[in-house]
Design a protein around this ligand. Structure first.
Ligand code: FPP
Length: 257
């Protein structure tokens, strides 16, 4: 005889409470390389592989949007050799992974100030966006030469250029000019590498994101780390500034005989 059906739901709570949008500050590449007596660039290179693994893991779990901080407006302060290494890594990453990701249903969007990057880097990003524009399994937004404050200012500039008056300027209206207007606000914001700060990433969009910090260095980030972050998210009580509806005691819910 077949076993009786379980009296409880078989849906795992963490599956029922999956973030739609995950944002990640991919920190710790340099330390990962230093620990191995290797140049920092090797850490960044491994970071690209960790990024591709994470895109696939998020897509497999049904997460619709992943946004990662690949190069901040402040990263220009790094030694010239490291900056040019990161720029050339864009070209390497696009040539190594673009076709694969495109065939796996990944839509790529680049967010940030493209005016300051070299023509060939801009061309690689344009190609990545154009070749994946029709995909819908997961949207990977790569923040490159991006800063949260830059984003607010560029959105205001566009709004003013469009002739918006102060009374037209609502949160929704301004949000429509922000770099991530194509995505819902991130539900879960992860930072690897042990630092506990936001570092000018998604200042507007992360207003109600759940924050998760891990000591894991970015090149080591794997499915187990992602699942720990997702389990932590699933256990959070999100109120968005409101209050939780009162739970009626079971006895009071019984009809009076
Ligand atoms: C922070 O680690 C990481 C970065 C500034 C670069 C992140 C880039 C990648 C993961 C590669 C993805 C790149 C492309 C082209 C898509 P850190 O260097 O600050 O590490 P540290 O804190 O250990 O020094």
């Amino acid at each position: 005889m077949a076993d009786a059906a379980p009296a409880f739901s078989v849906v795992r709570p963490e599956a029922a409470r999956l973030p739609r949008h995950v944002a990640i500050v991919m920190d710790g590449n340099g330390r990962w390389a230093n620990k191995r007596f290797m140049p920092r660039f090797v850490g960044h290179k491994q970071g690209v592989d960790a990024l591709v693994r994470t895109v696939r893991a998020c897509a497999d779990r049904g997460i619709g949007y992943l946004t990662v901080f690949a190069f901040s407006s402040e990263n220009w302060k790094r030694p010239e050799e490291e900056v040019s290494g990161l720029m050339s890594l864009v070209l390497v990453a696009v040539s190594k992974y673009l076709t694969k990701l495109a065939n796996e249903g990944v839509r790529i969007r680049i967010v940030g100030d493209r005016s300051a990057v070299a023509d060939k880097v801009r061309a690689a990003w344009d190609e990545a966006e154009a070749r994946t524009a029709h995909n819908s399994r997961i949207t990977l937004s790569v923040a490159f030469n991006y800063g949260g404050r830059w984003d607010v200012v560029q959105a205001c500039r566009q709004a003013i250029a469009d002739g918006l008056t102060p009374k037209d300027l609502t949160e929704d209206r301004l949000g429509s000019y922000m770099a991530l207007a194509h995505a819902p606000d991130p539900d879960l914001f992860i930072r690897t590498g042990g630092e506990v700060r936001i570092s000018n990433f998604l200042l507007w969009q992360a207003a109600y994101s759940e924050l998760h910090f891990t000591d894991c260095l970015w090149p080591d980030f794997d499915e187990a780390e992602l699942d720990r972050a997702l389990a932590s998210y699933a256990a959070r009580d999100r109120r968005f500034g409101g209050v939780k509806p009162a739970v009626r005691p079971a006895a009071a819910a019984q009809p009076v005989a």
